[in-house]
Design a binder for this molecule. Structure first.
Ligand code: SF4
Ligand code: SF4
Length: 335
């Protein structure tokens, strides 16, 4: 489904108010950024997997890759402004040939440095060296494991993917990742395998910790629960399975006004593979660049105009404020 079709579908809300209407009701419209604490850089849409919940529509056939001049500009922005967190994502960031160089340069800036890796690629001989790169540069790893049961996880991410994540986690554990006092952090992302909201993050973290410890002898730092937003391949899945209306209704009924103040776009700026700027990775996949007069490409970066920009919203935003709230760092309201 192309981006225009996705936006048409998202625009249909039946008798429910649009997201803009809903936040107007609670006096939060327009939604404004309050700074840039996280620069999230999407290195491209190539990936060795094709997960069913992927909002990026990433996969082995995608060709979009961030080129070096754009990465250099990202570094220049980071050197100039005290942005606390550098969050590298994809696709599989490891499939971008500039990743090692970029990590080494970014690590010199002494910020929190995150790489979102699906880990399965690290089991391949030609990518194993990234384990060393991550350790040497104290990269914080965020990895997706939709469920601690192999059958459920594989249903979402492809046959055999669970076993590879477990194998990579084991090796990363032996290098110190997820071990107390090592300074090496690995966080796991849980997202529902079907058309429903994640459960309590604290309870699921406890459950994952116990299951991974007792069944595989593994440890990790924290668990993030992320709600699937109706974008990309997940929207295709909702449409094909006839679950779209019900899922949007669930999001709408679970609207949590407290979560509106904590949506990640208020403190994040997302950079696309071609340098385009977005309020978040979801808007990136919907082609909704930053708007309302802020420069929309990193080559024209202007901190003053971007840090107080009005955020571009649509009905997919209900996913960030449903239940306990959801962001790339997990639940936002502590439930
Ligand atoms: S969810 Fe992550 S690992 Fe899966 S296809 Fe998308 S980018 Fe790749
Ligand atoms: S989808 Fe993006 S723009 Fe919408 S609330 Fe979530 S983070 Fe903000």
């Amino acid at each position: 489904m192309d981006v225009r079709e996705q936006l048409n579908i998202l625009g249909r809300m039946g008798e429910n108010p649009s997201f803009a209407g809903k936040i107007r009701e609670i006096n939060r419209f327009p939604l404004m950024a309050r700074g840039i604490d996280i620069l999230q850089i999407n290195l491209g849409r190539r990936c060795n997997l094709s997960c069913r919940h992927c909002h990026v529509n990433a996969g082995p056939d995608r060709t979009e890759i961030m080129e070096r001049p754009i990465l250099e500009k990202c570094l220049q922005v980071l050197e100039t402004f005290p942005i606390a967190t550098i969050d590298i994502t994809g696709g599989s960031p490891e499939m971008n040939p500039h990743l090692e160089w970029f990590i080494t340069e970014a690590a010199r800036l002494n910020r929190r440095l995150i790489v979102r890796s699906n880990l399965t690629l690290l089991c391949e001989e030609s990518y194993r060296y990234f384990m060393n790169v991550f350790v040497q540069n104290k990269v914080e790893i965020v990895t997706s494991l939709p469920d601690y049961l192999a059958s459920k996880s594989d249903r979402q991410r492809g046959q055999g993917s669970f076993g590879k994540v477990i194998a990579a986690l084991r090796e990363l554990n032996t290098r110190g990742y997820g071990r107390k006092d090592s300074g090496l952090v690995i966080n796991i992302v849980h997202n529902p395998v079907g058309a429903y909201l994640p459960g309590s993050q604290a309870a699921l973290e406890h459950e994952y910790r116990e299951r991974l410890r007792t069944e595989h002898g593994l440890s990790f730092s924290h668990l993030f629960c992320i709600t699937n937003l109706p974008v990309g391949r997940y929207l295709d899945y909702l449409m094909e399975s006839g679950n779209y209306e019900d899922y949007l209704r669930t999001l709408w009924h679970s609207f949590n006004p407290d979560a509106v103040d904590h949506v990640m776009c208020r403190t994040t700026l997302s950079v696309g593979w071609d340098g385009s700027l977005y309020d978040c990775d979801f808007n990136q996949m919907l082609g909704l660049t930053v708007n309302h007069g802020a420069p929309d490409n990193i080559m024209n970066f202007d901190m003053n105009r971007l840090k107080h920009r009005e955020i571009v919203i649509n009905n997919h935003c209900y996913g960030c404020v449903a239940g306990s709230g959801s962001s790339c760092q997990g639940a936002t309201t502590g439930a």
